[in-house]
Design a protein around this ligand. Structure first.
Ligand code: SAM
Length: 316
């Protein structure tokens, strides 16, 4: 029905609300998602079961801020019950991990990616609108104690935090967790971000480490590097300067049930509605979406404003 290599990795955005208000991610007033509506977990369970049956082998819960979703541990537990080999991850700002890391580990979570754009308390507040760097660092430490794999994700922006790349790598190295730099992408909240854009190659060339690529460890979208001075891997996710559409195997389920084949396409099918009618209809629609993936576009392509993603509702 479709190429199963294009249906391996599912990102599920559990809700569109967030407890941070990052200036580059928050939606315009007119597009503000309605509060932190929590959808019925049964909808997500049904979608997970169907997509697992069709070939998904890796699930990442995201948002909005997924740790605000009350049934997150129960959903992780459900996903784990589908298959002990399913890779289960979470992308979070880390604010609530201090309390949740243990529960999530017990529920079967394998990995957590924690977003951290700065190490400076004042800059954290000016980027996110909340004075909470200490809580995030507490969350990172709790995750390191309880969850098997922890990574840091950082978006560098020119004139905001791009001078912190080395300090962030050293911070990650002290904690022995990998760090990945993700290129700043145009989104509905930041449609013209050119003046803030810094390419992954530029970040890498300015880092004062002898970085060599780890070919065998190229994982998904990230390209990893090691240095004799570091215990960790430094990864680069460069969707703007080096789009990876050809290898992309992701589908994205938004909290309203819309299933997208690409972060940069508004083409979607409403999985929750389709599943209500008939699983066969849902399967056919998913197949069509997966088959059309390579034609949908990417961060490097010219986009109309409607096609730009809203990270807060689709999950970054
Ligand atoms: N709240 C969770 C978190 O902070 O990780 C999950 C959702 S958040 C939208 C996921 C990631 O998207 C964050 O790491 C954030 O920095 C990133 N992000 C938001 N806007 C972005 C943009 N324009 N370009 C690149 N990454 C972006």
């Amino acid at each position: 029905m479709f190429d199963p290599r294009r249906l391996h990795y599912l990102r599920v955005s559990l809700l569109s609300g967030c407890n941070l208000n990052c200036f580059y991610c928050r939606p315009a007033e007119s597009e503000m998602p309605p509060g932190v509506a929590q959808r019925d977990p049964e909808l997500f369970k049904k979608a997970l079961e169907l997509l697992y049956r069709l070939g998904v082998g890796k699930v990442r819960f995201t948002g909005g801020e997924p740790t605000l979703y009350k049934k997150l541990p129960a959903l992780v537990e459900y996903a784990r019950s589908l298959d002990s080999a399913l890779l289960l991850g979470l992308t979070t700002n880390g604010l609530l991990l201090d309390k949740l890391a243990g529960k999530l580990a017990e529920a079967g979570l394998d990995s957590v990616n924690i977003s951290l754009d700065t190490q400076d308390r004042n800059r954290f507040k000016s980027i996110t609108g909340v004075d909470a760097l200490d809580r995030v660092v507490g969350g990172i430490n709790a995750a390191i104690e309880r969850i098997e794999t922890v990574k840091l994700n950082c978006v560098l922006m020119r004139g905001v935090n791009d001078h912190e790349a080395e300090a962030l790598v050293r911070f990650a190295d002290r904690l022995s967790v990998d760090i990945r730099f993700i290129e700043f992408m145009p989104t509905r909240s930041s449609p013209s971000c050119d003046h803030r854009f810094v390419s992954g190659d530029a970040v890498r060339s300015h880092l004062p480490f002898d970085l060599t690529p780890v070919a065998s460890e190229a994982a998904g979208a990230a390209r990893y590097y090691r240095s004799p001075e570091l215990n960790i891997r430094v990864g680069f996710i460069n969707p703007v300067s080096h789009p990876f559409c050809a290898e992309c195997d992701r589908l994205r389920l938004a909290s309203d049930g819309q299933l997208y084949g690409c972060l940069f396409s508004s083409r979607a099918v409403n999985l929750f509605e389709l599943m209500e009618r008939d699983d066969d209809d849902a399967e056919t629609a998913i197949g069509e979406l997966v088959n059309s993936k390579q034609y949908l576009g990417c961060a490097g392509a010219t986009q109309s404003k409607e096609d730009l993603p809203s990270f807060i509702s689709m999950g970054g």
